[in-house]
Write a protein that binds this ligand. Structure first.
Ligand code: NAI
Length: 677
């Protein structure tokens, strides 16, 4: 027996314990331990074998670090098969999160018991895979095809009570898994048919095709959801033994695909991103009460997210009317949560009780941290921090949500600069996953660590950024838009650029997105940067002309596109096409046509180049930080792993060639990253 799996015989029942922290993953040693345990139980002729896990959870997945390496025997499907075929009935007694290989193990057992609150899922789809140890073939035999579909196509988890109702469990217990399993084993019910031998209840003929159509539309280029539907269909058409062979073969094939590699990169990056070297030796402070200054669009979203994280929130606004409006915005978000079933009325009342508002800064006294989200104006922000510093403790953390202003200048003159930080949320702040944590030259590691801890409690993906114009994300966005504009100036149309980027996997193209969010912020930024812009840099005026003409996007009825009142579908507008032609003619440009591939290659090259510069300059600690910003803040397809991971996938030569083309197209307009050359 390997030390990760132990067997103890108690009366005539074997207790098999997996102890492989942190999540009891089914690595090679666990697999061989289990297969030895099966043999031992048979030799000892025990009446039943109970399988439990040590620590905080039952088996919560395979060992992803083994992927990309040659498979090591014994293979998981074989181990589970001998458990299912054993003359000894196996009883899984589960707690925590039973995921992937863990759920597959449970389905191979004769009986399944779970502690109240246990959650189950097959998240393989999220790393570009289908289950590899019978999951896709046993699950529909256990709970039916319809109930299986959302689990395998989205990786969604279901709770023990729901699984019990679906017939997937033999019992739910409270308390210790082993005790519950021993009680169950002493009066064992008749052994049901093994899951793999059960029939799958039939579904309508059109079921799978409809599911594929819907899922493809949602997946935006990710292939694994549809592979999972195919695998479910095999379960309805083939005997288990054949279906499982096909499942295993596809699982192994998918492991080697760029999509699975990218999704695994994202999976690991999401875990590493919150552990930058900058806070390796720091412990966070516990925050219980915060002040939010400014209850507009951002402040209200931040306050709502903080309340949901269990914090007390004091909202400070400039006058009574604005305070009332801010409060209404926040309570509106809370009520929206209730309407959508995300919050119970009791919980909503609890959140509202933790919120107070004021027009007096003294209300911030005693708060552990203040986040400022007032107008994007240096003078206004500086005044806010002077007022906060006057009333708050000298070590209370002061954070700005500015998108573009220099936090060092905003906080200039504040006593104890170690407590000054940027917490850059994205709109809508209660929904968007990304939080950029901006480190000022004087910020202490403890304060940065506290920012990360707060981000975690607010369920954000937090990324550490240094200071530069736009920080990590908006700086890359500016480069992306600039290159898109160069393509327009040289002959591509907004619709072609948008379609190409959507084809790449972005949820929207750059122009339809600008129309949705409004053109004014980028316009203001261009004006702010005009004085410091290198006169040799190519400048495209199309966006400025649109703004000057009042075309500020959907809210003004027109922007890069025109809109009919009845819907938000972008329609090509002759005004914009004519404007582009006029500006091209004035600049003496010969129009070219660009294929979708040329458009995406050039835009991606610029994004990658900017990301590499950001790492090179030390603004981001690691390339994975850039990937996380782009995936969680800007809709970069997760299945491409972020722009820096994408570079590894397509190869540096292709990026360099595209960057050469970009520079030939717009000389003196780009700084090249050394990292890429
Ligand atoms: P907003 O205009 O919706 O809200 C600003 C709020 O601040 C208003 O309610 C105003 O009454 C209040 N305010 C102004 N001066 C104040 C003062 N001296 N004391 C207290 N309250 C005051 O603006 P929004 O969009 O919420 O942006 C706020 C900040 O967040 C800006 O710095 C912006 O750059 C940043 N930000 C905005 C994002 C966006 O997408 N809108 C995204 C990320 C950051």
């Amino acid at each position: 027996m390997t030390f990760l799996v132990s067997v103890r015989i108690q009366d005539d029942i074997a207790v098999v314990t997996i102890d492989n922290p942190p999540v009891n993953a089914t690595g090679a040693k666990v697999r061989s331990g289990l297969s030895e345990a099966v043999q031992l139980c048979e030799q000892e002729e025990v009446r039943a074998a109970v399988i439990v896990c040590a620590g905080r959870t039952f088996v919560a997945g395979g060992d992803i670090s083994e992927f990309g390496k040659p498979p090591v025997e014994p293979h998981l499907p074989d181990v589970y098969q001998i458990i299912e075929d054993s003359p000894i009935p196996w009883i899984a007694a589960m707690h925590g999160t039973v995921l992937g290989g863990g759920f597959e193990l449970a389905m191979a057992c004769a009986f399944r018991l779970a502690r109240t609150g246990t959650r189950f899922g097959l998240p393989e789809v999220n790393v570009g895979l289908i289950p590899g140890a019978g999951g896709s073939q046993r699950l529909p035999r256990l709970i039916g095809v319809e109930a299986s579909l959302p689990l395998v196509t989205t990786g969604a988890m279901i709770g023990a009570s729901e699984l019990l109702e679906l017939g997937g469990l033999d019992g739910v217990f409270d308390g210790d898994p082993l005790e519950a399993a021993l009680v169950f084993a002493r009066s064992l019910p008749p052994r049901p048919a093994p899951v793999s031998l059960r029939d799958v209840a039939p579904v309508a003929d059109s079921f799978f095709d409809e599911a594929r159509t819907k899922t493809t539309a949602k997946a935006r280029g990710q292939e694994s959801p549809v592979h999972n539907i195919d695998a479910l269909e095999w379960a309805t058409a083939l005997p288990f033994s054949e279906g499982q062979l096909k499942e295993r073969a596809l699982h192994m094939e998918l492991r080697e695909t760029p999509q699975s590699r990218a999704l695994r990169h994202a999976f690991f990056a999401e875990r590493q991103v919150s552990k930058p070297a900058a806070i390796a030796a720091a412990a966070p402070r516990r925050i219980t009460r915060i002040a939010v200054v400014g209850g507009g669009l951002m402040g209200a979203g931040i306050a709502f997210a903080a309340l949901q994280a269990g914090l007390k929130v004091t909202l400070i606004e400039r006058d009574q009317e604005a305070a009332q409006e801010g409060r209404t915005r926040i309570t509106g978000l809370i009520e929206g949560g209730v309407r959508r079933g995300k919050l119970s009325p009791e919980k909503a009342a609890e959140l509202e009780a933790k919120l107070n508002d004021s027009t007096d800064y003294s209300a911030a006294a005693g708060a552990d941290l203040a986040i400022e989200a007032v107008f994007e104006d240096m003078g206004v922000k500086q005044a806010v921090f002077r007022s906060l510093a006057a009333v708050m403790d000298e070590d209370a953390i002061l954070a700005t949500n500015t998108s573009y202003l220099d936090p060092t200048e905003i906080m200039q003159g504040i006593t104890n600069p170690t407590r000054c930080i940027g917490l850059h949320f994205f709109s809508p702040a209660h929904i968007m996953k990304l939080l950029e944590i901006i480190r000022l030259p004087g910020t202490s590691a403890e304060v940065i660590a506290t920012g990360f801890d707060l981000g975690k409690r607010m369920r954000k993906v937090s990324v550490l950024s240094g200071i530069c114009d736009g920080f990590i994300g908006n700086r890359i966005l500016a480069a992306y838009r600039r290159q898109a504009d160069y393509l327009l100036m040289d002959g591509a149309t907004p619709a072609e650029v948008d379609a190409a980027m959507r084809g790449f996997g972005m949820p929207m193209g750059p122009y339809e997105l600008q129309d949705l969010t409004g053109l004014q912020i980028a316009w203001a930024n261009r004006k702010r940067l005009a004085a410091s812009r290198d006169p040799k840099e190519r400048y495209v005026e199309i966006g400025d002309r649109l703004c000057e003409g009042g075309r500020l996007g959907q809210r003004s009825g027109k922007g890069w596109y025109r809109y009919e009142e009845s819907n938000r579908k972008p329609l090509t507008d002759n005004f914009v096409s004519d404007l582009i032609v006029k500006l091209q003619d004035e600049a003496g440009i010969t129009r070219q046509s660009f294929s979708a591939g040329e458009i995406t290659d050039r835009i991606l090259a610029v994004i990658i180049n900017e990301g590499a510069l950001i790492v090179e300059e030390g603004i981001a600690e690691r390339a994975l930080d850039v990937d996380m910003v782009m995936i969680h803040g800007y809709g970069f397809p997760r299945w491409r792993g972020g722009p820096m991971n994408y570079t590894n996938e397509i190869g540096l030569d292709r990026v360099k060639a595209a960057m050469d083309a970009v520079q030939a197209q717009s000389p003196d307009s780009w700084q090249r990253s050394q990292l890429l050359t």
